[in-house]
Write a protein that binds this ligand. Structure first.
Ligand code: PEP
Length: 253
């Protein structure tokens, strides 16, 4: 399935307000020349307002990296979904493996976050993926099946049309090890099958599924040539402007 390529940068805990503004202003020159691709940047919370300001009037869209499912109240250190729309975010990353692993986010937490994001009109980038241990135990498809079923619990078919799924094998994130095209393709096809079972074939076919895990300017072309890979979520290689611009300008190889 050939869709509009979706290229998202996850900056994690990197970049100040000034660095974010400079990056987005420079990136907007490139964005102008590639109107056939969706370009999304996810800065840290402190730089979101500045990022949305710098991206205004360009085709670049801004994502947050997390949210809390409560609307407001005594949740010290947390940020609500409405706060993200208030600063101008269109997207939010939910369920990143670093949140699952380092901050003990469960599938139930992730389901609450997805529901809240969708309720306020934020488009979730819903991350799933297996650990190395799970892959070696032959549990990859069981794990991603569970993450999808529990993460999407009670979400409607309309909700599914507003979200993007990112398959990110945990062992490939920040390690320099990319999943092989066969491994990524198998996982993406399994995700589409699961969506078909939970919803229907049209929802499965229309779903944008990203690959994430050590994507760089050298491997992007081959990944994007895989029929079931609709885009990428890029961590480390998105921090450097020249490298991210090369990724955006990929040619299928
Ligand atoms: C990520 O953090 O989502 C990611 C894929 O990181 P990296 O590209 O550095 O592996």
């Amino acid at each position: 399935m050939s869709k509009r390529p979706f290229i998202a940068a996850n900056w994690k805990m990197n970049k100040t307000v000034r660095e974010t503004t400079d990056f987005i202003r420079a990136l907007s020159q490139t964005a102008r020349t590639v109107m056939d691709r969706d370009i999304i940047v996810a800065p840290p919370f402190t730089a979101l307002y500045a990022a949305c300001d710098a991206a205004r009037g360009t085709s670049i869209r801004v994502a947050a990296q997390n949210l809390h499912w409560q609307d407001n109240g005594a949740y010290t250190g947390e940020i609500s979904a409405a706060m993200l729309t208030d600063v101008g975010c269109d997207y939010v990353i939910i369920g990143h493996s670093e949140r699952r692993r380092l901050f003990a986010e469960s599938d139930i937490d992730i389901n609450r976050k997805l529901a809240k994001a969708l309720a306020v009109g934020l488009k979730p980038i819903f991350c799933i993926g297996e650990t190395l241990e799970e892959r070696e135990a032959g549990q990859t498809l069981t794990v991603i099946g569970r993450q999808i079923k529990e993460g999407l619990n009670k979400l409607s078919r309309g909700d599914i049309e507003s979200l993007v799924v990112a398959y990110e094998p945990v062992w490939a994130i920040g390690t320099g090890k990319t999943a092989s095209l066969a491994q990524a393709g198998d996982a993406h096809r399994a995700i589409r099958r699961e969506i078909e079972v939970l919803y229907d074939a049209d929802a499965a076919a229309a779903l944008v599924i990203l690959y994430g895990g050590s994507v760089n300017p050298e491997n992007i072309g081959a990944l994007m040539a895989e029929p079931d890979i609709d885009g990428v979520l890029v961590g480390g290689a998105s921090l450097d402007l020249a490298s991210f611009i090369k990724i955006i300008h990929f040619d299928k190889t």
